[in-house]
Design a binder for this molecule. Structure first.
Ligand code: FES
Ligand code: MG
Length: 570
């Protein structure tokens, strides 16, 4: 079969001449005759500090591509630094996916290596790869090494939440807190907790899109460069085998990703990302699959925020494959990976080197740890809770709602000594869904009222239509769908209404009759807090974003268009 890039480069006509001549620049004449053109879609950016080292990683990929006879071509793609961009990186996940998809399709390439790391980057790259359906392999940039502060390990994100609560509670000085800042990020790489970046790298490997054994190699570890070299070689082979995402990503692959998500105690963000990726592939994945497949899977990986250790420890303990060996009976054995081999074929020769970090099935960190999907009159289309990150005694709770219309409203009032709130109250935050904010920010793990922190309260039930950081913890009901701004019942809850959470029964309800709910309308202040952008990407996003329960993709981006380009450029 002729290469896709031959549509640009083959032949003696004027257009082929233009395509070749402008790309020549020292490349040999045979660069364009039958040699796979491999794009290295690179999210390296100084403003995505977790991915800044990917330029060095790309150099190793290049070597592998050349060695296998391909031509490596670096393609910088829209990058998203989770900690930097406002109002939330999630607002541009779909833009990054769309821009990457379009540039992969528009250019003369045959295959692609996808370099990601920080939270949204791997999801965006996978959505793009699924929609353009060219032979693709992901190479994750890897987590950073473990930092220490005052004699103990620091977990990115998780310890920021913990230390800042300690400052609010008065048990850590502002000076100590400031001093921890330079210790938080010790090296290249993404967050070292089981946050969204670590989760998505491991889940992408379970899905089959990364060479098995590669996800979780720390960013500064030289084995990452070796993996990069190997991945570059594989990309050339993928073109010869015509192994496109649609040829191996099936419902079974997503099954394995969901089992993995549970066993690693992964981020709730993975739910929206996996739903969005499945939507691009046309795989029939629903929010309920996460509960059905994952809810009873034990958490075996003892990493922050649910547990104690960090990604460097997981790698030392045997990595993802050692985890998967423990849950092998729960995996779909037929699911194949990007290498052509089945995922389970990689589990025979792996060992758990530290059973404290990767627990045996007989002694899990949490016996049933997957993400639970709740429904009820407060979330007719669904909401999530991560029991592994919650307080067990709050998983069944009835309390009085204290409602906030926006995160600004929340910050303005939460520490007011006069706020009528106690430890049994349920904090409700709305206007934080995909449309309402816009972009569904990570605000659902609202800080607790200072006066309750001072009394020793460390967790409360919280309900929100936004997301929460994968590094966060607490009894948080999130991704409530439909969101308030889309007319969900959350929009009409009032302070004083009674809210009932029953995680075991998978219910989240407000004690209001259907009639009462139907007659209520949102207050003016509630509506005023919803985003109403006038132009640009935000307008397009608000008009087209779908709800969290289907992955928060844009309606016109769901599905695939393949890699065909119909018309010439000159
Ligand atoms: Fe980049 Fe956490 S901020 S992975
Ligand atoms: Mg995040």
């Amino acid at each position: 079969m002729p290469l896709r890039s031959a549509q640009w480069y083959a032949g003696e006509d004027r257009n082929a001449y233009i395509h070749r001549a402008w790309m020549r620049r020292g490349r040999p004449a045979d660069a364009f005759t039958g040699r796979p053109q491999i794009a290295i879609a690179n999210t390296a950016s100084d403003l995505t500090p977790c991915n800044a080292h990917l330029t060095a990683v790309a150099a190793a990929v290049r070597n592998g591509v050349y060695e296998a006879g391909g031509i490596p071509l670096e393609l910088p793609v829209l990058s998203l630094g989770e900690t930097q961009v406002r109002p939330t990186a999630m607002l541009w996940r779909n833009l990054a996916a769309m821009a990457t998809e379009e540039m992969l399709r528009a250019n003369p390439i045959d295959g692609v290596v996808l370099l990601g790391g920080c939270d949204k980057t791997i999801p965006a790259l996978l959505m793009a790869a699924a929609s353009v359906d060219l032979p693709s392999v992901v190479l994750p940039g890897g987590p950073m090494l473990t930092g220490t502060f005052q004699g103990s390990a620091l977990g990115c994100g998780t310890d920021v939440w913990r230390l800042s609560e300690e400052v609010r509670a008065g048990t850590l000085s502002a000076e100590q807190f400031a001093r921890s800042e330079s210790a938080m990020i010790r090296s290249d790489g993404h967050c070292n907790t089981m946050g969204t970046a670590s989760t998505m790298a491991l889940v992408a490997e379970a899905l089959g899109t990364i060479v098995p054994g590669v996800a979780g190699i720390p960013a500064p570890d030289s084995r990452l460069l070796e993996a990069a070299h190997r991945t570059g070689r594989l990309a050339v082979d993928l073109v010869a085998a015509d192994r496109r995402p649609s040829t191996f990503l099936t419902k079974d692959s997503f099954h394995n990703a969901i089992v993995t998500l549970a066993a690693i105690g992964g981020s709730t963000n993975a739910v929206v990302h996996l739903l969005a990726i499945a939507g691009r592939l046309g795989v029939d994945l629903t929010i309920d699959d996460f509960d059905r497949i994952g809810a009873r899977v034990p958490v075996l990986v003892d990493l922050q925020p649910a547990g104690r250790f960090l990604m460097e420890d997981l790698h030392r303990a045997g990595g993802l494959l050692a985890v998967l060996r423990e849950v092998r009976d729960l995996l779909e054995p037929t699911a194949r990976t990007v290498t052509g081999r089945r995922l389970v074929d990689y589990l025979d020769d792996v060992t758990v080197w530290d059973p404290e970090v990767i627990r045996p099935r007989s002694a899990p960190l949490v016996p049933e740890g997957g993400i639970a999907v709740l429904r009820g009159n407060l979330a007719p289309a669904g909401a999530l809770i991560k029991p592994a990150a919650a307080s067990p005694e709050l998983l069944r709770h009835r309390g009085r709602a204290v409602v906030f219309d926006s995160i600004e409203d929340f910050h303005a009032r939460i520490d007011d000594p006069a706020l009528d709130v106690d430890a049994d109250s349920v904090l409700v935050l709305r206007g934080c869904g995909p449309q309402g904010y816009p972009g569904m920010p990570e605000v659902s793990n609202m800080p607790l009222p200072r006066k309750l922190l001072a009394r020793g309260v460390r967790d409360m039930v919280r309900v929100c239509d936004g997301r929460m950081s994968g590094t966060a913890y607490g009894t948080v009901v999130l991704h409530v769908a439909p969101e308030a701004a889309a007319g969900g019942p959350l929009s009409v809850v009032r302070t004083g209404d009674m809210i009932v959470l029953d995680a075991a029964a998978r219910r989240i309800d407000v004690e209001l009759s259907d009639e009462e709910l139907a007659t209520r309308t949102p207050a003016e202040a509630t509506i005023a807090a919803y985003a109403n952008p006038k132009r640009g990407w935000e307008r397009l996003y608000v008009d087209h974003v779908r709800q969290a329960d289907t992955g928060a993709d844009l309606d016109f981006l769901v599905g695939s268009s393949g890699s065909a380009v119909s018309r010439e450029s000159h």
